[in-house]
Ligand binder design. Structure first.
Ligand code: DC
Length: 219
């Protein structure tokens, strides 16, 4: 195993943004595992496959090819789906697919392969608890639910997606419930993970804090 940094936490904590910056600063390969679950969801929705363990879903998983490029473009069976996997429709459906054992088993396997040889920083929900329980560094990035909704609301506006703050908050709460209460690999802080609460921190402050922790382990 190479050097593995696991960053877990709920949506809207700034996980993606800080992980990307840290990867660049420290020369680690950035892996966004949420994008992988989003690719599965996009394929299923396109084929009208429901979020249940059925033959159609198994077939999708058997044939799925996901490529996460260094420039953060995501390819699904050769197609650039970077924008299609970030729509509110995917936001609202992905947690249901991510709760299924067949989906998690396949994604976990792919993630373990990606982290096997290189030095990686991998962000998700279960990286420190399930995918790499022996990761060199484990961070649990948290943030209040209201602040998370505010950030997602702002991001949506920037992307031209108009959804009220109230609806964003509701969707975030709903997703959080599904992610923390699911049976398999629920979102939780690993016992040996370091908690960073970003509610009242700037991106720069979070980056600095996490880089300090990683650098100590890299020595
Ligand atoms: O981080 P994100 O919002 O792009 O994640 C999309 C969904 O995938 C979210 O519902 C949580 C789920 N997910 C997961 O269950 N395990 C991971 N390692 C990464 C994401």
């Amino acid at each position: 195993m190479g050097f593995v940094v696991a960053i877990d936490g709920p949506a809207g904590t700034g996980k993606g943004t800080v992980t990307k910056i840290i990867a660049e600063d420290l020369g680690l390969v950035y892996i966004d595992t949420g994008a992988m679950y989003r690719c599965v969801t996009l394929t299923a929705l396109r084929k009208n496959v429901k979020p249940v363990e059925c033959d159609e879903l198994i077939e999708i998983l058997e044939n799925i090819e996901i490529e996460l490029k260094p420039n953060e473009e995501n390819f699904l069976n050769g197609e650039n789906v970077s924008a299609q996997i970030r729509t509110p429709q995917i936001d609202d459906n992905v947690a249901k697919f991510a709760a299924l054992k067949v989906v998690r088993d396949k994604m976990t396997l792919l993630e373990q392969k990606m982290g096997k040889d290189g030095n990686v920083i991998m962000e998700g929900r279960d990286i420190g608890t399930v995918v790499f329980p022996d990761a060199d560094v484990k961070i649990y990035l948290d943030c209040s639910v209201e602040e998370r909704a505010r950030r997602r609301y702002k991001q949506n506006l920037e992307k031209g997606i108009e959804i009220s703050y109230k609806d964003v908050l509701e969707s975030i709460k709903q997703r959080h419930k599904l992610e923390t209460q699911r049976e398999i690999a629920p979102l939780r802080q690993a016992e040996d993970a370091i908690l960073v609460d970003s509610t009242n921190m700037t991106i720069e402050e979070v980056v600095e804090k996490i880089e300090k922790i990683i650098k100590q382990k890299m020595k």
